[in-house]
Every structure is written in C-alpha cells, then in structure tokens.
Design a protein around this ligand. Structure first.
Ligand code: IPE
Ligand code: IPE
Ligand code: MG
Length: 245
C-alpha cells in the first residue's frame, strides 16, 4: 500500500475529536542502531513535530502527548537532564510553527517539579498561543493518572471543607472539573507505539471508553502515514459505551 493509499483511508467526516499518544520506544530505536538512548529521544522530537502538524491539518480538536511520566524520574539523571533540554529546545524552536498552525499549547501533570528553563519555556509558549482557536496541544509532563486523581481529591476536599461544595453533589462532571484536563473532552483514540499492551498510568480517569490502538512501530518511526493508519483503524470500530446497538 502506498502512503497515498493510507491517506485516502482516513474519512474526514469521522475524525476523533481528541487523540492521546503514549510515545514509546525511543530507547529501543536507538539501541537497534547502536546509538545512545538520547539519540532516540532526539529523533522522537521529529515525530512530535510531524504528528502535531498533521493533527492540526486534519482539524483534530485535541492532541495529548505523554512526554514524561511521574515514574520517569527514576531514570538515570543524565537521561532526564537531556530530555528536559530537548523539551525546552522543542518549545523555543516550535513556537512559530504552533502559531502558524493555530495551535494552543498547554500541559497536564505537575510541572512545578520540572527545571526552571522548561517551566519558563512552557509558560512563554502557553501565553503566546493562548488565543489560538485551532487544535489544543497538551504535553503530559511529570504526569501520572493516579497523582492527578489524588490532587483532584485534595482540591475537592478543601472546597468541601470550606463549605463551597456538598460532598453528596459530587458527580462525574464535578470530579472531572478538578482534573488537569478540565474542559476538554475525553480522548476518543489512545495510540501507543512500540507494542507494549499497557497504559503506564496515563489518563486513567479519562480513558474509560477510549478506543486503544497499539502499533509495533517505534515512536521515532511514527510519522504521518502511521497516524493515518491509526485513525483509519479507529474509524472501523463500533463504539458501544455499554449499550446494545
Ligand atoms: C519513550 O521512549 C520516551 C519517554 C518515556 C520519555 P522510551 O525511552 O521509554 O523508550 P524505550 O521504551 O526504552 O524503548
Ligand atoms: C510511558 O512510557 C511514558 C511516556 C511515554 C512518557 P514508559 O516507557 O515510561 O512506560 P513503561 O515503563 O514501559 O510502562
Ligand atoms: Mg518506554
């Protein structure tokens, strides 16, 4: 199948509104080439650029990329430092491209633990792209679904103890409003590259009814054509949400 055939497989009238991606396999990509892991992360940034621009072109409303997990702090210090520098560089180099494509950048996760240069770059680009009305790009940084839920519980109990909220009135939508993804629809499609059949603490609350697509393709090799393949696969699914159709 040619790349043109794959593009034609995507039905523009049935696009997912929100795509979330677990960008995995940078280390394996590098290892297979006898390179350092960081070379895989660096090549992975090229995939981020390609996928972000293509999602915006397709008019996907929301794209959430798992860039660094809460558990990833357990990696070697030099890998973490290199990842944070790649993040900051990406943000600085990409801000014009984001503006040109109408993309608003934000983050989920507790970014207060990131190095200052990354926090500053995130703040700058978020501020510069705030009024963009095209796609919303969320970078998940120091992100953990369980931590996000715990933070929400802490905020809710505080609001309840101040008397501003009645605990018996907390429903799914009230709870969702205390999550980092507040105001955004749940992902329709979750893509994981590199073949691992797990969610690794990503968006635990939000993926209740998300369609999951796992590919063996490593993240640095995941480009427009692979994205189209994932969307086309999603478009063949029947979403039932527990009902009888
Ligand atoms: C994903 O690639 C990037 C991050 C988690 C930051 P990995 O670094 O996990 O790559 P593998 O899984 O070791 O191949
Ligand atoms: C998930 O990948 C986190 C990101 C992609 C940022 P990991 O490589 O950290 O996940 P595990 O350890 O294989 O579950
Ligand atoms: Mg991994």
């Amino acid at each position: 199948m040619t790349s043109e055939d794959v593009t034609l497989m995507v039905d523009d009238s049935k696009l997912p509104q929100h795509i979330a991606i677990i960008m995995d396999g940078n280390g394996r990509w590098a290892k297979r080439r006898g390179l350092l892991r960081i070379a895989g992360h660096s090549r992975g940034i090229d995939s981020v650029r390609a996928v972000v621009t293509e999602c915006a072109r397709l008019k996907i409303g929301y794209l959430t990329l798992y860039a660094f997990s809460y558990e990833n702090w357990q990696r070697p210090a030099d890998e973490i430092e290199a990842l944070m520098h790649l993040l900051t560089e990406y943000l600085i180099e990409e801000k014009q491209e984001l503006l040109d494509n109408g993309i608003a950048l934000g983050s989920i996760g507790d970014i207060s633990r990131l190095p200052e240069h990354s926090q500053n770059a995130l703040g700058d680009v978020a501020e510069m792209t705030r009024d963009m009305t095209g796609m919303k790009l969320n970078l998940a940084l120091n992100y953990s679904g369980r931590q996000e839920i715990l933070r929400a519980v802490q905020k809710i109990t505080r609001v309840c103890s101040e008397g501003a909220l009645d605990p018996s009135g907390i429903d799914e939508s009230t709870f969702g409003a205390f999550l980092d993804t507040y105001g955004q629809p749940d992902p329709d499609l979750l893509i994981r590259t590199s073949g691992e059949m797990r969610v690794s603490n990503f968006l635990l609350w939000q993926i209740a009814y998300t369609e999951i697509y796992v590919t063996d393709v490593l993240w640095p090799d995941f480009r427009e054509e692979e994205l189209h393949r994932a969307i086309a696969d999603y478009q063949k699914r029947t979403r039932k949400f527990g009902k009888v159709l």
